[in-house]
Design a protein around this ligand. Structure first.
Ligand code: WT7
Length: 632
């Protein structure tokens, strides 16, 4: 009940160590911790469950075998509805993870090594992730939509010694290469000694002698006996790259103990998972949501977790709902962008299905607009399923502000209240805490939580600067938020140079760097603008010499190819405007605020432009934007 939530919340603030110690005690530890929490945000240096020893896979798998060995752990729904789904029990998953772990060891992997996983949504990606954790290797999953260049940057940043990948992948009607992309990435990666290839499409690929091996051949050579490596609670579990306001993506580091405790705790509480429920998170394993709420949270809780290989619109816009009925899904967790894109198709795609197994719905990744919220609530949840709008980040490891299904209230477009153990605050421009309600401010977190980011891989100073230096003593989220009369939080969005496209994060500088590689581009500025389906779209202003060129069509295509190559198709700018100049301050800083307004089509109120070096530049850009609109 709400009363219980409030009591639990109070306890978590009054006695955080007692609170987390009780929760952590429900797990299987090889050795208990000496201290629950050490350190603070200053260095920053925070340690949870100090000197505790564990292996997360024993908690995901081994400890469930007594009661759940025959229960389905993973339901896999393939890309094509005509193909057979796969059900893996906890016993089967345990066996497969142990075998994969032995394959990793046989191929030279050991505790502390970094292993890059670049795979589509097939059960083997979960098995690969857990196999790494089993032997204490640090996994770094790279989303299968990233380009060779983006993979190479990530592999090199972490000096990965191994890559686990597939031959190819299916995505809707398309069959796409995967191993070929790895091959070109590896041309510039010298740390990689072995590439393990899982067969999915069985189309011809190149196998490099001595480096590349087929997993299905290696599996034949190993046993299923693989004791779990003993890990310190603060040993790294994984690295996951995410974009920030600078050009270079950063490797967010999560550790074994704290991440485990919070992934399970938050999963159980937010979704109120009950024994035997079928739970489906539609996120890709390549993002943090896939890590925490497709793999670790559900498996730690002994849940049945569904994984879907395909896309929501294949073979038609009813596919999600078909999968819900087919597997009798009880809890469904997706992104606002998916909801908006399905909302745009005919309601008959929904009406074809019963959807009566659903009990709880969830969203994540970006603010959900009111229209999408109500559509989800009425047409999918039939007005009887609560919607958990979960606010969190790659850096937070798990959901921080969210309703708890059927326990705390929903309010459309509000992430509502913090989970017990989480202490959000709103700060004003001076960094002072705003105590009153019905106010807006910068969203910060005031006290450590178990699954918080520990460092950015190889560059602790960057971690300190990005998250812990803007406001002393606080973790800064990069989001703006407002609190209503009842203390409920509504997330407004990023206040830094980060664009959220379909729930995926890109730094404006990252995209600008890619565009600037074009030999004819002198300078570019990228901003986000409101996009009906994607939440935000990418708008690029580019300068080629001192005039707007004639063959803009060609250059536009080349720019897009540049972005595809450096980052991936997911980062393509939707709109490209050729300009002669960019609005700059006297000190040479681009005034993005103005560019954002123009991209939004909101030029009636540009705000203060008195610090501009050349006010006429703005007029030209507005004219150009109007022309661009009418040309589209
Ligand atoms: C950023 C984090 C957390 C997994 C997916 C994205 C935005 C996330 C919500 C929400 C409003 C949200 C924030 C945040 N965001 N969830 N429920 N309501 N905004 O992870 O790539 O690390 O991005 O996504 O702006 O800072 P991410």
């Amino acid at each position: 009940s709400f009363e219980e939530y409030k009591n639990s919340y109070k306890q978590s603030v009054n006695d955080p160590e007692g609170f987390w110690s009780d929760i952590a005690s429900t797990f299987q530890w090889k050795k208990k911790w000496d201290h629950v929490l050490q350190g603070d945000f200053k260095q920053p240096q925070v340690k949870w469950f100090v000197n505790g020893k564990l292996n997360i896979t024993e908690n995901c798998l081994d400890r469930h075998l007594e009661k759940r060995s025959k229960q389905t752990a993973i339901i896999w729904e393939p890309n094509h509805p005509r193909d057979q789904p796969i059900h893996l029990t906890y016993a089967e998953l345990h066996e497969k993870v142990c075998k994969y772990a032995n394959v990793l060891k046989e191929n030279g992997a050991k505790k502390g090594d970094r292993i890059c996983i670049y795979m589509p949504m097939i059960p083997e990606i979960t098995i690969a992730v857990l196999a790494c954790a089993r032997i204490g290797a640090i996994h770094s999953v790279v989303f299968a939509g990233f380009s060779a260049q983006a993979i190479a940057d990530r592999i090199n940043d972490a000096s990965c010694s191994m890559v686990i990948t597939t031959d190819g992948m299916y995505r809707g009607p398309k069959k796409l290469p995967v191993k070929d992309t790895i091959d070109s990435a590896l041309e510039t990666c010298h740390s990689v000694k072995k590439v393990l290839v899982v067969q999915r499409t069985a189309h011809p690929i190149k196998m490099e002698e001595g480096r590349d091996v087929w997993v299905h051949e290696e599996i034949e050579k190993v046993t299923s006996d693989c004791p779990a490596e003993e890990m310190d609670a603060e040993d790294m579990l994984f690295i996951l790259y995410t974009s920030g306001s600078t050009g270079k993506p950063k490797g967010v580091v999560h550790t074994c103990g704290g991440y485990m405790v919070y992934a399970e705790y938050s999963f159980r509480n937010v979704f109120q998972y009950e024994d035997r429920d079928v739970y489906w998170c539609s996120a890709d394993v390549g993002w943090i949501t896939g890590h925490t709420y497709l793999i670790y949270g559900p498996l730690l809780s002994g849940a049945t977790t569904l994984m879907f290989e395909g896309v929501p619109t294949y073979p038609d816009a009813g596919r999600f709902w078909k999968v819900v009925d087919k597997h009798q899904v009880n809890i469904f967790y997706t992104a606002p962008t998916a909801i908006r894109s399905l909302m745009a198709s005919d309601l008959s795609f929904v009406r074809n299905y019963k959807l009566n197994s659903l009990k709880v719905l969830g969203t994540v990744g970006e603010p959900i607009n009111e229209e999408a919220w109500y559509w989800y609530f009425e047409h999918i949840g039939k007005k009887k399923c609560p919607i958990v709008d979960t606010w969190w980040q790659t850096e937070t490891g798990g959901a921080m502000i969210s309703p708890l299904a059927n326990i705390t209230e929903n309010k459309p477009t509000f992430a509502t209240y913090p989970l017990p153990g989480i202490q959000p605050v709103l700060l004003d421009k001076n960094g002072d805490e705003i105590k009153e309600n019905e106010k807006e401010g910068y969203l910060c977190i005031k006290f450590p939580w178990p699954s918080m980011i520990r460092t950015t891989y190889g560059d602790h100073e960057r971690c300190r600067k990005t998250y812990f230096s803007s406001y002393k003593g606080y973790y800064f989220t990069g989001d703006g938020a407002k609190r209503d009369r009842d203390g409920m939080y509504r997330i407004i969005g990023r206040i830094d140079d980060v664009i959220n496209v379909s729930g995926h994060r890109f730094g404006t500088a990252e995209i600008e760097n890619a565009i600037d590689e074009h030999p004819e581009i002198i300078e570019s500025a990228v901003v986000g603008y409101p996009h009906e389906i994607k939440g935000q779209g990418i708008y690029a202003y580019v300068i080629c010499g001192d005039h707007v060129p004639e063959d803009r069509g060609r250059i536009r295509e080349e720019i897009i190819a540049m972005v595809d190559e450096q980052i991936g198709k997911i980062a393509r700018p939707e709109k490209i405007q050729f300009v002669e100049n960019l609005p700059k301050t006297r000190s040479g800083k681009i005034m993005r605020r103005i560019l954002r307004k123009v991209a939004e089509g909101n030029t009636s109120n540009l705000g203060d432009t008195t610090t501009l070096l050349e006010p006429k530049v703005v007029e030209d850009i507005i004219q150009g934007a109007v022309k661009l609109e009418s040309a589209v």
